[in-house]
Write a protein that binds this ligand. Structure first.
Ligand code: HEM
Length: 501
């Protein structure tokens, strides 16, 4: 008996028991894992087997800025419905896209958006609940309508666009070239801060970004890291070093600075920013309090700056890459009156077609926009998708569908030109093209800032080609330097686009 006790004692103390316990836990965990894979309700959705078990490949593609390419390659290989991870399916089928994004589809934004932004309250961009979102959207839509923006803010946009081109020309004449991505970014950020805060940050004049914008961008980067690598954020936010505090906890400074937006929203002497109009027009039960104003102001500045700047940059690059197209656009613009308005620009066929084609190939947010159905399953493309599964669509793939956009990789603005006697776009399936063309998203969650963005695209492109008709690409600007990297938005890999004008 004593010898049994001694053996048992030795066994426990030699660490064998710990090893045995660990092995049992591992076997149970692995068994459950295999059982889960065998009973996987999404197993019929095609895709690499590994994606049914882990999300490593998707994470790696996301972190390395190649997500949209990885997803597109999967679609080319496996078809319009592909398994992306244990809980995610990607859809490039036009019918599936319409089913997911139509108003009242029952699909809501995935919770990923809140993880991305990591704020104390949801903003319009991150709200998941359809009812909450609907109420906030009705409230904010008033200040973003085309009519209101034209009446009250077109002058501000025009003035900033003009100043931007003046500074761009100064830089090009001074040092022989200018980075147009930098100037568009300063212009769109100045417009967004002026409209949201109620006063100019004068970033175009200074030729650099304000401290508030810098911190906002770092906080956004922290949000991106947190959404993909939650453990890094969980540890990082407790570290006592300044860079980590800014990355994962910069919100305090952002909130203090945004007090200006609140003060101007409630100022008695006229509508100084968009929030003044929103608050003035708010009906019963639809209100924004001071915290909402601060958070929405920051979110709108982020949503409205790099998006438009990147799109304008690719527009200039595409036009300057084709001397013929450049000449035809400049000729069209020469017919404008000296004091042309945004309304005049809307009627120009070449300018409009160039904008649409840029948005098709280089709209700034072509990557996955994830959705979930909280209640009940749904059949998509014949596959049963259980509630809670993330379904993702990406404009990058939809806009490169050869059936809808023949020769899809070519930048061909003529596909958008009106044809004689036929008012619709010059496309084989115009109705389908219209339904899936989604540079600004789709359905109830489509871009709130679409009219502001389109105004900036029109005024920016027109002013640039009118005042820089002989502009050309600098030798440093090549197809390789302009290759897109994709971290939710796209940006040229080189982070610049140098031109000579
Ligand atoms: C060319 C420029 C722009 C592009 C390509 C763009 C693209 C998009 C896309 C694709 C979405 C949908 C995202 C999703 O479903 O996950 C979106 C939503 C949104 N955008 Fe834009 N955007 C642009 C400019 C702007 C501007 C100028 C603003 C405002 C200042 C803005 C504010 C918003 C907001 C608030 C949402 C969320 C709407 C909601 O969920 O109800 N965007 N945008």
């Amino acid at each position: 008996m004593n010898s049994i006790h001694a053996t048992l004692f030795d066994f426990i103390h030699s660490g064998h028991l710990a090893l045995l316990s660990l092995s049992i836990i591992a076997i149970v965990w692995f068994g459950r894992y295999i059982y889960g894979i065998a009973r996987d309700p999404l197993k019929k959705v095609p895709g690499p087997f590994i994606n049914r078990c882990v999300n490593w490949k998707l994470k790696f593609a996301t972190i390395s800025g190649r997500r949209m390419y990885y997803v597109h390659e999967l679609h080319e290989r496996y078809g319009p419905y592909v398994r992306l991870s244990p809980t995610e399916v990607t859809v490039s089928d036009p019918e599936g896209f319409i089913q997911i994004h139509k108003v009242s589809s029952g699909f809501t934004k995935a919770n990923w958006y809140n993880e991305l932004v990591n704020l104390e309250r949801s903003t319009l961009f991150t709200m998941v609940d359809a009812k909450d979102h609907g109420a906030r959207r009705r409230l904010m839509a008033r200040a973003f309508s085309k009519t209101y923006l034209r009446q009250h803010w077109e002058g501000v946009v025009r003035e900033k666009v003009r100043l931007c081109i003046t500074k761009l020309l100064e830089e090009s004449n001074g040092v022989g070239k200018a980075n147009i991505l930098k100037w568009w970014t300063l212009m769109t950020t100045d417009v967004a801060t002026h409209l949201m805060f109620g006063e100019s940050f004068h970033m175009i004049e200074q030729g650099k970004k304000d401290e508030y914008i810098r911190i906002l961008e770092i906080a956004l980067m922290g949000g991106g890291i947190g959404a993909e690598l939650p453990l890094v954020r969980a540890i990082g936010k407790h570290l006592p070093f300044e860079p980590f505090k800014t990355l994962f906890g910069g919100n305090k400074y952002i909130m203090e600075k945004a007090q200006t937006a609140v003060n101007n929203a409630y100022a008695a002497d006229g509508e100084k920013n968009l929030f003044a109009h929103i608050i003035h027009e708010a009906g019963k039960g639809e209100q924004l309090d001071e915290i909402d104003v601060k958070l929405e102001a920051g979110a709108l500045i982020v949503a409205g700056s790099d998006t438009t700047a990147v799109t304008l940059t690719y527009l200039v690059w595409c036009v300057l890459s084709s001397p013929e197209l450049s000449a035809s656009l400049c000729a069209e613009l020469k017919g404008l009156p000296v004091d042309y308005s945004d309304r005049d620009l809307e009627d120009l066929p070449v300018l409009s077609a160039v904008i649409e084609e840029t948005l098709r190939l280089y709209g700034a947010a072509p990557g996955g926009i994830p959705r979930q159905k909280p209640n009940g399953p749904e059949y998509l493309g014949g596959y049963l998708i259980p509630a809670g599964t993330t379904v993702t669509t990406q404009a990058y793939s939809l806009h490169r569908n050869a059936r809808i956009f023949p020769d899809p990789l070519a930048f061909d603005h003529t596909r958008w030109l009106p044809t004689e006697g036929f008012t619709r776009e010059n496309l084989p399936e115009p109705e389908l093209a219209k339904s899936i063309f989604s540079p600004f998203g789709a359905g109830a969650r489509a871009c709130l800032g679409i009219h502001l963005a389109r105004t900036e695209l029109r005024l920016g492109a027109a002013e640039f080609f009118l005042r820089c008709p002989n502009a050309k690409l600098a030798p440093t600007t090549t197809p390789q330097s302009m290759e897109m990297e994709n971290h939710f938005l796209i940006a040229p890999k080189s982070h610049k686009c140098e031109i000579i004008c």
